[in-house]
Design a protein around this ligand. Structure first.
Ligand code: GLC
Length: 731
């Protein structure tokens, strides 16, 4: 009979052993497991090579494109393949849980850690994050979806409160986590550093238990972000099963004391122990080695799919490999390929674009300065590599502007003036503004951060050995001031107000009509595509796509829905599909839709929005090619009560007409009394002198108004009457 562990022993396993390991509990057969960062590569600190913050050196591993680049592929299958490769590298290293993916929404382009996140859109973030989790867990290694939740800035990240309404959380900041939890059952979820509406995420019972577990059915373990737990017993009670890092003697004592005082039921501790036991019970089959070359090739394929061709005036790209080129800029030789902080990987090898271009075409190089301008002047074509230096963006701090460094802006201006055939290639984790130089160059390639094989992929794309497939997963604004969170980022006094609500990214720009340099979903190909024969239903959008050009290419078909509700975003991404088509090839594609595609979060749940929804097929969130209409009945009308608002009474087909008739002309100047009191509950109106008596008859009508049959009949005849009236209108 196994010993029954003491409260002390049980409490001890809810806190880490050290930076990366958990505590074993042999009495219950619970082994110690090892975790390591991700997400875009394995960052395992070699024995004895760790440091107090767990940020020191690490064992070489494949550095895949960080999420900011990978997201531009819009290819969940590709991300899944990377997840499988990461799983294999973890199996070789003996890692049980890889800490990723990061699926926080890019609320502001200033967030220093945007390089580690996918998108401004929750559907795209969720689909790609799910691919990552599916891939890695298919290899027996656990994932840790992070950072749950509303961790959208680095400024004061351990103390700031994200002050955000529930509808915004439900519609924008939680759906990526929800999709991944419901479809992929991640082994762990990592709770974030920040507070949400004043409550630390680690102690947020509504978030970690009511929503994550009770509503979404999560049955894994919640692990804290490293150092995110302030008070261990309340965090455990809220649903944080494991505090990292360890050891935290005070935390164990805190839990023991809470149990002995009755503040924390021992059953809650036992539930956590059971979750940690289940986590430790998973054990991936060890692997002796992984194929470094194959992983590097996968990293290059991924990098190639992550590159977004933003501008290609006159079809200057792809370049002719038989012609000489000038390559300018240190980033060509010394690539910027990942972000700084806990995700930083020591790559197994590192391509650079300069060497790769030298293998394809006659090449001269200059890093910058007057040699560089002179080279541009005497060259046929220039490829200019610029971007954000490592110190401009990192985990731990946010940016304060969207500009490239001054010296690079000067170099762009000088080189573009010296040679009109200048192609600008960008390396950046967060969005940069392309002003004021955008119109001075014919071609711009957004390379984001592409991982260790990005240099080779970029060279192949520039010379047409690969076709550009990327589409923006984040809008590129003209100016920082145009961004929706501009006035509320990063907040002050440990509070940041999510005042823009769900109007983040293209949801804002398209609704308010703020122009952007390049919209979410934008990306050029070396070929062209035509859309035709759209058929939309509430279950899908089906259409035929044709490659109308002379080169093979990939199209990313984006399905947006525009709801019949002026208070909603102009359109929202509700599905997408990627198609690889040969020249002249046509294919019919079906983008699935579902009830959520036509719904909004309304007080206590998701409700379908009644009316005609426009399903729009876009090449981007701004460039809509086809559209169709889907009629949605909407939720069964709420029964009227005396606490219903006057607006509900007016919308009722039985009572509404009666009220309108009774109040016709009740105010001078055409202002209708009823419109003025639309938002007032009837019971409140009845408290006004004399009004109550006049509303008595309404009470008598309630049963009639709420009778479904009468209600339907009234609606039917009303529609007949109004349609007949329109036919009788004098011609
Ligand atoms: C860091 C990060 C988190 C990472 C963890 C371990 O502070 O916020 O993403 O997994 O600590 O390094």
């Amino acid at each position: 009979m196994e010993d029954t562990p003491s409260v002390e022993e049980k409490a001890a396993i809810t806190v880490g052993l050290d930076t990366w390991h958990t505590v074993a509990l042999p009495a219950l057969g619970i082994r110690s497991i090892e975790m390591a960062d991700g997400p875009h590569g394995l960052r395992q600190q070699a024995e004895g090579d760790g440091d107090n913050l767990g940020l020191g050196n690490s064992v070489p591993a494949t550095c895949f494109p960080p999420a900011t680049g990978l997201a531009s592929s819009w290819n969940a299958d590709l991300v899944e393949r990377i997840g499988r490769a990461l799983g294999d590298e973890c199996r070789v290293a003996g890692i049980d849980v890889l800490l990723g993916p990061g699926v926080n929404i890019k609320r502001s382009p200033l967030c220093g850690r945007n390089f580690e996140y996918f998108s401004e859109d929750p559907l795209l973030s969720g689909r790609l994050g799910a691919g990552w989790v599916h891939g890695i867990q298919s290899r027996g290694v656990g994932a840790s979806v992070k950072h749950f939740a509303a961790n959208n800035q680095e400024t004061a990240r351990m103390t700031v409160s994200a002050d955000v309404d529930e509808a915004t959380l439900r519609e924008l900041y939680l759906p990526a986590f929800e999709h991944i939890v419901k479809t992929e059952k991640p082994r762990t979820v990592m709770c974030s550093y920040n507070r949400i509406n004043g409550i630390p995420a680690a102690e947020h019972h509504w978030l970690l238990t009511d929503v994550l577990r009770t509503e979404w059915g999560f049955d894994g373990a919640v692990v804290s972000d490293w150092g995110a737990v302030e008070h261990r017993a309340p965090a455990l009670a809220a649903g944080t099963d494991l505090e990292m890092p360890g050891p935290q003697r005070g935390s164990v004592d805190d839990v023991v004391a809470a149990v002995s005082s009755g503040e924390l039921a021992e059953s809650v501790l036992d539930t956590t122990v059971a979750r940690l036991a289940a986590l430790a019970a998973h054990r991936a089959t060890p692997l002796a080695s992984f194929d470094e070359d194959a992983h590097h090739d996968l990293a290059r394929d991924a990098a190639a799919e992550s590159i977004v061709l933003l501008r290609n005036e006159g079809g200057i790209l792809p370049l002719d490999p038989s012609r000489p080129v000038a390559v300018i800029g240190e980033f060509a030789r010394t690539p910027r390929y990942q972000g700084a902080g806990s995700s930083q990987v020591v790559p197994t090898r590192l391509d650079n674009a300069l060497d790769a271009i030298r293998e394809i075409a006659p090449t001269e190089f200059a890093a910058g300065g007057p040699e560089a301008v002179a080279l541009a002047e005497r060259s046929e074509t220039v490829i200019l590599f610029v971007g954000l230096p490592p110190e401009d963006e990192s985990e731990g701090y946010d940016r304060t502007h969207l500009n490239l460094p001054a010296d690079q802006l000067e170099l762009i201006a000088a080189v573009a003036a010296a040679n009109p055939r200048t192609i600008v290639v960008l390396s950046n984790g967060g969005v940069v503004t392309l002003e004021p130089w955008h119109d001075s160059v014919p071609a711009i390639v957004e390379g984001w951060l592409l991982g260790q094989a990005g240099g080779g992929a970029m060279a192949q794309l520039l010379f047409g050995l690969r076709d550009p497939r990327g589409r923006l997963a984040e809008s590129i604004p003209f100016r920082l001031q145009d961004t929706p969170a501009f006035l509320n980022f990063p907040g002050a006094n440990d509070h940041v107000l999510y005042g823009e609500r769900i109007f983040v990214g293209y949801r804002y720009y398209e609704t308010v009509g703020v122009p952007v340099r390049y919209p979410f979903g934008h990306g050029l190909s070396y070929t062209t595509f035509d859309y035709a024969d759209l058929l939309v239903t509430r279950a899908s959008a089906r259409l035929t796509v044709t490659n109308t050009g002379t080169r093979p290419g990939r199209e990313v078909v984006q399905a947006y829905v525009s709801a019949p509700d002026a208070a909603r975003p102009r359109r929202e991404l509700r599905g997408f599909a990627t198609l690889d088509l040969a020249p002249g090839e046509s294919r019919t594609v079906e983008v699935p839709l579902d009830a959520r595609s036509f719904s909004k979060w309304d007080d206590a749940g998701w409700v379908e929005i009644a009316g005609d929804h426009r399903v729009e097929i876009g090449r981007s969130s701004h460039d809509i090619a086809l559209d169709g209409v889907v009629g949605i009945r909407g939720p069964r009308r709420k029964l009227l009560t005396l606490d219903s608002r006057m607006s509900d009474f007016l919308a009722n087909p039985v009572i509404g007409p009666i009220l309108r008739a009774a109040s016709a002309g009740a105010m001078d100047g055409g202002t209708n009394l009823l419109d003025m009191v639309k938002s007032v509950p009837l019971s409140r109106l009845a408290r006004f002198p004399g009004v109550g008596d006049r509303l008595k008859s309404l009470r008598l009508l309630l049963p009639v108004a709420n009778n479904r049959v009468i209600h339907f009949a009234a609606s039917f005849f009303r529609s007949l009457f109004t349609s007949r009236k329109s036919k009788l209108r004098p011609t």
